[in-house]
Ligand binder design. Sequence first.
Ligand code: NDP
Length: 245
Amino acid sequence: MTQKVAIITGASSGIGQATALELSNQGFRVMLAARREDRLKQLQSEVINNGGETSYQVTDVTSFKEMETLAKATVEQFGQIDILVNNAGIMPLSLLNKIKVDEWDRMVDVNIKGVLYGIGAVLPYMEEQKSGHIINVSSVAGHRVGPGMSVYSGTKFAVRAITEGLRQEMKSGQNIRTTIISPGAVATELAQTITDEDIISGFQERFKDLEFLRGEDIAKGIYYAVSQPDHVDVSEIIIRPTEQS
Ligand code: NDP
């Protein structure tokens, strides 16, 4: 059994929660991070009941200080950080002419700055250890834009750019890998952040017959990336529902 340590942001629901369960079932020790402590506590109990090793740290990814505290707490608890899954994200889609400035700001803060702060918090430890793996969750929306998706897609294109830049900056011998994972439609709480009524109705119509992926489907992709030998960098994965256009 491997004893690698993985930090997972956005572990309180959806893809993050499923990834925590998958990695712990596969023998990884998992540090859970998000803002909703009740959810983290519940997940912690589930992981422990399944025989896994875990801890949690209430964290807002938009605060670099809190991300540094998360990294420090992980090292204090488990002695190392092998994997960071930068998964926390929000998707309040809207048409640009609705001028939802607060939602634009929050998407930039969580989806872009949160990913950067995660990288900044763990990189010193990974460089010191000369090993690590940073997985950033982008989206099919990070490959393709559509109406109402401008800002969200912008943040997810940015996640891909940042991850690819990080990959290229890592020098030979540092043994730090990067993975971009781009899910299609997954049945989670994500769409609940949408407030634009036009988008909500369009969204329901567009996806009414689609069989969505489950969080576990993405978690398995993440496990595939982290379970490869050191010389294999799974740089990018897209996972869509078969019927998604
Ligand atoms: P959920 O809404 O179920 O999960 C989002 C997670 O992000 C929650 O755990 C939430 O926790 C956390 N989060 C949000 N804001 C913050 C914050 N400021 N600080 C810390 N954590 C935060 O959605 P998904 O599981 O679907 O989303 C996970 C990732 O997958 C996101 O990056 C999303 O963009 C991406 N994705 C999802 C797709 C889908 O169809 N579901 C498709 C493509 C990509 P809490 O509120 O407790 O802080």
